[in-house]
Design a protein around this ligand. Sequence first.
Ligand SMILES: C[S@@+](CC[C@H](N)C(=O)[O-])C[C@H]1O[C@@H](n2cnc3c(N)ncnc32)[C@H](O)[C@@H]1O
Length: 210
Amino acid sequence: MRMRKIPWAVEYLEQAQCRIKVPEQYKGKWKQFLDTEVLHVEIGCGKGNYSLGMSKLYPQEGFVAIEKNDSAAGVAAKKYDTDTEKGKLCLIRGDAQALNEWFDKQEIDVIHLNFSDPWPKKRYAKRRLSNTRFLEQYKEVLALDGQIQMKTDNAKLFAYSLLEFQNAGFQMIDVNVDYRKEPHPEDVQTEYEEKFIAKGQPIYRCVWKR
Ligand SMILES: C[S@@+](CC[C@H](N)C(=O)[O-])C[C@H]1O[C@@H](n2cnc3c(N)ncnc32)[C@H](O)[C@@H]1O
């Protein structure tokens, strides 16, 4: 799914304050850097609303938002830089395939996968953020009592992911096939989530521990 190029955002990203240009340098030091005991990482943050909102809701906790698309990352970066009420929050522009180069073993407490690209064609299955290849990486960087929280509108991706998580040895601790039927003020809605809710589509959610 290609996003339209946003020239100002691509340009903004270059000098964004919230952006960590060399994430490898923070490996093993993210909690110290963000001054937190709890580290959240959102993979594929898009235009950034989720981590921004969550950082306000949980001001003691630290959030690293990752996005590989320059335009989306630039839009997120501008929001983060200009929001004076944001919490402990920073951004990595890059592909999460490099997760293990950026984060140390057991460094992350919660990984968030929100409305990840479904990549419906089988030949692109490896790009799905819930593919075994990624799950094996998550296992390395997740704390022993760490969690992965996944939300999606896509029933096929959800079914695929349930099997992938299970086969990779994760233990399910929560599942919901109409998550927003009840209010969940403890969990911020993403941009995509707002659109699907407006269309009346159910939101699927599952939570796993390693
Ligand atoms: C469908 S959008 C959802 C954006 C946002 N999470 C939301 O819910 O509104 C998925 C985003 O994940 C990003 N993404 C996909 N694969 C990624 C990867 N391997 N590393 C970093 N970002 C990725 C895409 O560039 C895209 O912006």
